[in-house]
Design a binder for this molecule. Structure first.
Ligand code: PZK
Length: 301
């Protein structure tokens, strides 16, 4: 297990009901029944929420998600209602708050993979498949897949890893029609994101979407989209299949936590130590760089 070193106390706002503390976000409901997602500057690595924040991360990921929702809007309706914090919200919620339609969430992580790594690579090494889908021989960590795959997963309990499941399990649980629709949407969204990122010299290796159903049963794109917290982004000019690829955002954190300087034993069950200022700065710079590359604009202040 793992998680928080100390779980943060959520900010209380009159008129909002706090629903949930995620690893890096807070979820509230308005009296009118809308949802309010507030992104913090918290960061996770190796399944821990680190004791050190990355200044500006919450705003940057929120603005990136908003930008992507626009890029994807013609493919599927989404849950966004507003980016204006509710009345009475703290001033520092500006830019990191999304007001959303409350949906009946489909409890399936809709993952698309265009490259082989992570849990997909582990399953491939064990038996040549990913989510039961057969793949050609000879693929390695970071290989581009012949076609993007829909590799659904079930959300695990807090502290556990999501479990990859076959498409048939989604169909059995949620009906073939919805399963096929989610697969089609996930792959369409992935291909759009991949193509946009590719033009910026960024590889979108894989990503996770979440969908909810509106009152008519129509799938609606929810959660955050195509952020570094829901996706693997790799700098294209450093792509070398055969070993773990450097991650755009968290590489400096992982490198430092894995180095003798941190003094941390990843498998020892003890929480990770605070990050040095230089690692915080480099990580904040990496987030700004991926934002600038993808959107073409300077990162939000
Ligand atoms: C919903 N989460 C995850 C998000 C957190 C946790 N549109 C929606 N309708 C109903 N439920 C959700 C959504 C969305 N998105 C999302 N849990 C429920 C989550 C943000 C912060 F702490």
């Amino acid at each position: 297990m793992s998680g928080f070193t100390t779980k943060p106390e959520p900010v209380q706002v009159p008129g909002l009901t706090h629903l949930h503390t995620g690893k890096v976000r807070e979820l509230y409901a308005t009296a009118a029944g809308e949802l309010v997602m507030v992104a913090s500057d918290r960061v996770s690595a190796y399944d821990w929420v680190l004791p050190t924040e990355i200044p500006g991360k919450g705003r940057l990921l929120t603005q990136l998600s908003l930008w992507w929702f626009e890029q994807l809007a013609d493919l599927v309706p989404n849950h966004l209602l507003s980016d204006v914090p509710p009345p009475g919200a703290p001033a520092d919620w500006e830019g990191r708050t999304l007001v959303c339609r409350r949906l009946e969430m489909v409890p399936v992580e809709c993952v698309a993979r265009g490259y082989l790594t992570g849990s997909g690579l582990a399953e491939y090494r064990a038996g040549g498949t990913v989510c039961g889908l057969p793949l050609p021989e000879g693929l390695t960590d970071g290989s581009r897949l012949p076609e993007p795959l829909f590799t659904p997963a079930t959300k695990a309990e807090v502290g556990e890893h999501d479990e990859n499941i076959p498409f048939e399990a989604v169909a059995a649980r949620h009906g073939a029609a919805l399963a096929e629709r989610l697969r089609g949407l996930t792959l369409d969204l992935y291909r759009r994101g991949r193509d946009i990122a590719e033009r910026s010299g960024v590889i979108l290796a894989d990503t996770k979407f979440e969908f909810g159903l509106d009152s008519t049963g129509t799938p609606v794109l929810a959660d955050e989209v195509l952020t570094p917290d829901s996706s693997r982004f790799w700098p294209a000019d450093r792509w070398r299949p055969g070993a773990p690829q450097p991650s755009y955002d968290k590489q400096h954190i992982r490198d430092w936590l894995g180095s003798p300087e941190s003094g941390w034993d990843r498998s020892g069950g003890t929480p990770p130590p605070p990050l040095p200022d230089a690692v915080v700065e480099r990580t904040a710079g990496a987030y700004r760089e991926v934002y600038r590359r993808l959107t073409g604009d300077a990162a939000p202040a």
